[in-house]
Design a protein around this ligand. Sequence first.
Ligand code: PXP
Length: 246
Amino acid sequence: MKKLGVNIDHIATLRQARRGRFPDPVFAAGICEIAGCDSIVCHLREDRRHIQDRDVYALKETVRRLNLEMAVNEEIVKIALNVCPAQVTLVPEKREELTTEGGLDVSGNANRIAQVIDRFHEKGITVSLFIEPDHRQIEASKIAGADAIEIHTGKFAELFEKHEETMWYQEYERIAKSTEYAMSTGLKVHAGHGLDYRNIHPILSIPRIEELNIGYSIICKAVFVGLHSAVKEMVSLLRQAGNQPE
Ligand code: PXP
């Protein structure tokens, strides 16, 4: 069975909108675990736009399995080595982007990435590299010493959304072939980015993908699954107050 990692960054995005304490990503992580997910994913970005350092430390203390997404940036690498999550996923990061765009260029930064992987391995931390479904990047990931790759499904998701059937199918095939190739080199295969309740079906049909990491669509769904009862509870408080004698 495929494993599900739930990315809780956008719980923190909502909290940071008021710079307050709620909603708390640690509390959200507990709910995700009770609901059956296999790991909790969060991305400590250089600009700290959502997840904060203390969230990462608190999550490490509370969740069963933490997968920390991060750029190959010395400040963040030091924090990750200190926190010691079960897994790190190395991603590219640009300050101006809305979300992670494109995969990591492992072949173009082979030495730097290999050195960082060694430092994580010394601490017993599993390393996954977030890359495009591309043979050159898969080969470079294997040579750099990664344990796993996470295939970027963003392009597939975008084409699926636009109903570009031939095009999304081509991208799906690229993902399926890359999965086979990566497996043949001994790498584990994860996938994620832009996956939702509809486009997940083709991806689920690729048997060798072990782990799917999903955030945005789950948090969006949670808003609508929960909004009705949240409003009902407030209405009921108002009604109770209205029924009280002056
Ligand atoms: N995997 C990686 C490496 C990511 O950077 C992200 C986005 O933070 C995700 C998965 C989850 O993507 P989404 O929020 O679109 O489901």
